[in-house]
Structure formats: C-alpha cells, structure tokens
Design a binder for this molecule. Structure first.
Ligand code: SF4
Length: 323
C-alpha cells in the first residue's frame, strides 16, 4: 500500500482562553477549549472532526492554522514547527493553509464583486502577473459554476452561490491544507450535495487535505476518509471512516452514531440518550472527561484520565475499556 505523506500534525496542542470577570486577579478563569490534542492529517486526506457544539472543534481548526496563539504544544506543517514562527515567518505558509467559514455572507466583503473578492488573495501574495491572476480567477469561477456572475455582489447571490464563492476564494492560491468549519450547515439541504461534490472535486484536482468540521455525521460519512471525535477539548476516538462507523468503541462515539436517523421506517433506532449536560470547559471534570455522562463509568474513570490507546493501524480511542 502506498504510504501517504504527513502534512499537518498537532502534538499535545492546547489552546486555553483566560477569562477575566473583573480586574481582580483571583476572578480570572481559564477556558480549556483545546486541551492536549494529537492529530495527524496526510496529503490529500479529508479528516472529519465531529462533536457537540462548544467541544473545541473550531478552536482546534483555527489553532492548526495559527489563527489563534497557542497555549502549549506544537503544530507541524510540512516538517516545519509553525507554532515557533513569528508572523513574518508564517507569511509564506499562509497561502498553503486556508479556511472556509460557516457563514458565507459574513466572510465576504459586501462592497466587492465576487471577481475582486476571489482575486484579492492573489494580489496580496503577489502571485503571477495581472493576466495570470485574471485568467486564474475566471477559470476558477467557471469551474465552480459562477462564470456568468463574476461582477455580482454577495447580496445578489443565493446562499449556495455565496458558499461557492467562499470556497473558490479559499482554493484560488492552490493551498495544500484547508480547514472547513461547518461549510454546508447554513445551506438548504437541496444545495448541500452540490457544494460537497464541488469540494470533493476541487480536493482531487489540487490534491489538498481538508479538516472538515461538522456536527452532522451523515455529511462526514459521505466526504471524509478519517474521522476524529472530540469531547470537551480532547480527541476521544480517531479511526478510518469504515472502522468508526462499523466498530465504534468509545461510548461517546457510540452515542453520537446512535442518533443518526435511519432512512428506513421499518428499522427501529436504538438511540443512546446521554444523561446530563456537557460539562463546562471552564471546569472540566477530573479523570475521564466523559465520566459524568458515560453509562459504563467506573470509579477509576472519575480519578484517572485514559490515554489514547492504539487498537490497530486505523483506529485509536481514549477509554480504559477500548479493545
Ligand atoms: Fe466511559 Fe470510563 Fe471509558 Fe471514560 S474511560 S469513556 S468514563 S468507560
């Protein structure tokens, strides 16, 4: 089997936010949004990142791109420890690392035509001459099906068209890694499949890697090669798509998968309903982060944090009883 090249990796990555309730020092609290994450993304791979709202998915995505300062740990990109770089050292890497945001309307400048919005990164990074840039933008707009709309403004377009513009803007510099933060969750179901297919085509065309953040497991199942499950700032299970859907081992993953609707009225859903709310990342529980909601928790789980256990080449999970 062909060995894939490692492109991005997080090593013991932490991103904590200090929240000051008042100017008195003792009222400072720490929100542990990402709290010791290891993750590996290979060239051309689509890694899905799933978990409930507020579990740290978006913060992890932004931290990998160095859009946040890092509390501790490292991010490697193409054999460079980019967490040690200052802003000017990061600049050459910026064109290789892009982000697609959830809300296309908020990520486009309402005063710019879509042609200008897509061309802007090429101008900023001084790529090619005027004609090269013009050709590249027009060719890309044709490819994403917006060739007739190049001088329109964002408000003159539908939600699906705007998201295509945002995708085109992210890929115009042929990046090697794109963080896609819930890119289809704001779209109507009828246009989701078109946008997902477009993203898949562009990925194949440019051999990009994606970190695809979503709370929708059906979307992740459709698109991703590998899936990482996140809970309260930590990755609790990582597996190939087939492994994760056929043989989930972490109780949290099992609960998430049990909630996917089955398109068969005769089949009964065995939904696992978790008790309690997600604890606050301001005060995460000791031991296994999931023990306050886990139906299989033992006394050990409330005292010790389970390490990530490698089950096979394509599957790891952080649970004492994973096998
Ligand atoms: Fe549940 Fe314990 Fe496993 Fe955590 S370590 S997931 S609490 S069984």
């Amino acid at each position: 089997m062909e060995e894939k090249t490692l492109l991005v990796s997080a090593v013991a990555l932490k991103k904590h936010f200090v929240i000051k309730k008042s100017i008195i020092k003792k009222n400072v609290r720490v929100l542990k949004a990402v709290d010791g994450v290891d993750l590996r993304i290979h060239e051309g791979e689509i890694v899905g990142l799933v978990g409930e709202s507020g579990c740290g998915k978006s913060t992890l995505g932004r931290s990998l791109l160095r859009l946040h300062s890092i509390t501790s740990g490292d991010v490697w990109f193409d054999n460079n420890v980019i967490t040690r770089f200052n802003n000017s050292s990061m600049l050459p890497f910026r064109k290789d690392m892009q982000m697609i945001f959830q809300d296309p309307f908020a990520s486009l400048n309402p005063r710019k035509t879509i042609y200008d919005s897509i061309r802007e990164p090429l101008d900023v990074h001084n790529i090619g001459n005027n004609e090269d840039r013009d050709n590249r933008v027009k060719e890309l707009l044709d490819y994403v099906g917006l060739g007739k709309n190049i001088y329109k403004y964002p408000h003159e377009m539908s939600g699906g068209q705007r998201q295509r513009v945002v995708i085109a803007r992210a890929v115009v510099m042929k990046p090697r890694f794109v963080v896609c933060d819930e890119p289809v969750s704001a779209l109507d179901v009828s246009v989701r499949a078109q946008v997902l297919n477009l993203m898949e085509d562009l990925k194949e065309r440019n051999n990009m890697a994606y970190l695809f953040i979503s709370h929708d497991l059906s979307v992740v199942r459709y698109l991703c090669d590998t899936i990482a499950v996140m809970y309260l700032g930590k990755i609790v299970e990582v597996a190939s798509k087939a492994e994760l859907f056929n043989n989930p081992v972490h109780p949290y993953t099992k609960a998430l998968l049990s909630a996917i609707p089955i398109p068969d009225v005769d089949k009964k859903m065995n939904k696992i309903v978790l008790s309690g709310d997600v604890p606050s990342p301001l005060n995460p529980p000791a031991g296994c982060r999931f023990h306050t909601r886990c139906p299989y928790a033992t006394e050990r789980c409330s005292k010790e944090m389970p390490a990530m256990k490698r089950l096979n080449d394509n599957h790891s999970a952080a649970c004492f009883f994973a096998e």
